[in-house]
Design a protein around this ligand. Structure first.
Ligand code: 13P
Length: 253
């Protein structure tokens, strides 16, 4: 049976009281596919969300991490700090971090290695800008991100990574990639992973789509063969909107 992961990326939204209420409401939904659902929340909301989701089967995690264990890195959060909270996931290399906070493939690679070592599942984001797509360079661009991001990561470790294809032109713009565009790139990513490792790593890898996914377009995207779920921004901020996407995945089982 096809595996899914429906992951909400709250970005910089919600204070603790709102986060706790959301987690409680989401838990009360008693999803049949709860183990295929996750919330990626601001650092300061991790404890409340973890508590609120306890016993639900729904996973949770952070949106970024530093690759060093400790040290003089003012304002940063380390892997041991996340481990202590018991997170399941951590987003790495989101395009907003690459664009606004100087994230590079080199730092992404270090973060992947640090998370894998700690047993936290990285959700690695890749994806091209509008300019790159208009120049028909999207496959070359995404392949180069994958090569650099997985540099020096062995087969057993690579199989622990979730990849999210997030075309930058579709993030927060309301402009979703068509199911065929999303499927084409997710299948391409699976092919690149197959070439870097082998078919079993590629076949088992969860490859998500992200970019204006919502209840009205989720089923068509999630039905595609190489799309194993979604990384959802705006539509993950309301319990009902997010739950509708979780239900769409459950119905495809
Ligand atoms: P939107 O769903 O708001 O377009 O955001 C997508 C995203 O960046 C998820 O990580």
């Amino acid at each position: 049976m096809k595996k899914y992961l429906i992951a909400g990326n709250w970005k910089m939204n919600k204070v603790t009281a709102e986060a706790a209420a959301f987690a409680e409401e989401l838990k009360a939904k008693n999803f049949s596919n709860a183990d295929e659902v996750a919330l990626l929340v601001p650092f300061t909301q991790l404890t409340a969300v973890g508590e609120g989701l306890k016993g639900s089967g729904i996973g949770f995690g952070a949106q970024n991490v530093h690759f060093e264990k400790s040290g003089a890195f003012t304002g940063e959060i380390s892997v041991p700090m996340l481990e202590e909270i018991g997170v399941d996931y951590c987003i790495v290399g989101h395009s907003e971090r690459r664009e606004y906070f100087g994230e590079t493939d080199e730092t992404v690679n270090k973060k992947l290695k640090a998370l894998i070592l700690a047993g936290i599942t990285p959700i690695l984001c890749v994806g091209e800008s509008l300019e790159v797509r208009e120049g028909k360079g999207e496959q070359t661009f995404v392949a180069s991100q994958l090569f650099a991001d997985f540099e020096g990561i062995g087969m057993a470790d690579a199989s622990k990574v979730v990849v999210a294809y997030e075309p930058i032109w579709a993030i927060g713009t309301g402009k979703t990639a068509t199911p065929d565009q999303a499927e084409e790139m997710c299948a391409f990513i699976r092919g690149v992973i197959g070439g870097m490792y082998d078919n079993s790593v590629a076949d088992d890898m969860l490859i998500l789509y992200g970019g204006s996914m919502k209840a009205s377009n989720a089923a068509d995207l999630l039905a595609k063969k190489d799309i194993n779920g979604g990384l959802i921004g705006g539509a993950s901020l309301k319990v009902d909107d997010f739950s509708a996407i979780v239900d769409a995945a459950a119905q495809l089982k």
